[in-house]
Write a protein of this length. Sequence first.
Length: 421
Amino acid sequence: MTTPAHPRPVSPLAAVAAVAIGFGAIVFDGYDLIVYGSAVPALLAHKEWALSPAEVGAIGSYALVGAFLGAIASGSLTDLLGRRRLFIVSLAWFSLMMLFVALAPNPWSLGLFRFLAGLGFGGIPPTAIALVMEVAPERRRHVVNGLMLCGFPAGGILASVLALVLLEPAGFRVLFAFGALPLVTLVPLAIWLLPESPDFARSTRAAVRRELRGLLTGRAAVATVLFVVANFCGMLLVFGLNTWLPQLMRKAGYELSSALLFLLLLNVGAVVGGLVGSSLADRYGSRWVAATLFVVAVVSLGLIAVPLPTAVLYALAFVAGAATTGNQIVIYGYVAAHYPAGNRATALGVSSGVGRLGSVTGPTLGGALLSAGVGLGGNVAVFAAVAVVGAVACALVPRPVGVTVPAKVLASPAAGDGVPA
């Protein structure tokens, strides 16, 4: 790999372009994954396919299996080949595959194209997070990264709104087709404006390989395992709730429009939780912010199963979104700041990629529980137990070796968390 000895720093305008294009890509990454949950009622009602809840849950998981593979592969490739190149390839790939998803003639092809699209879905977060964390101002890295990653719940909001407007009159194919829009919008902009990371430009292939090997030893290996667990729990909650919450609320007696409103509030809460949590992580470190949000998820999910006024349940859905999808934004930033530039994308790819087994498990588990006759209370009890495990994993992540801790962070109980080695 040929790199300049003194690469030019990224200009403020290029940094803004990286965050804006990354945000747009994450919006559609989130939309294309979450829109499936919005389309579940229509898929179950599609008489030509006659799908059961378990079959719908399984098809929903195929994109997440692809994302698991795509995240792991793209993480290492991003550290070796560059953030910009892998970002553009991932974005173009999943956009094209979503067009094929919309045209799928049968359940088998729907699942296949969702799996192929998932390869691109998985590639976007490691490349976008690594790039943005490396072009953002050091003192505001978490909140800038959190702002970009709020594109994920924003995509969920977009999916919910379009489902409310289009699902009954137009059907699920229109919702899927909307996910192909980046092919003619964001991809050309990324080719034109997206910068490369200056940290990647400074790296040599030998140094990157040394740092990649370092992920397998000592505290870094322990941290990576715990980040895998935290990501697994977080993604199980995100995708389990986004896939099945509308159907669970319908079974609890709510009309379709009200059930979809729960999903909308879940994702609005995620935006607020991601921004507030990331801002707190910049100030105090990520460890206890992430662990505390998992605990809040336990409480809010437990209360959703209690017979309460509808307005209170809507508020609880908002809080649950802040503590699940919003917390996943904090966890991504936690991982990115924990590792040096040479293995940052790989660590993000491995932890989020293996963690995406949770995103596969969530829809499948929810479908299996519903098929077995388990209602709202049993489902949220399982999800709350998962959040407990996530809180413990975040609390146990060891501080990276060689950290220089700012005085402001030393004063906090999370000293050293979120500060790169």
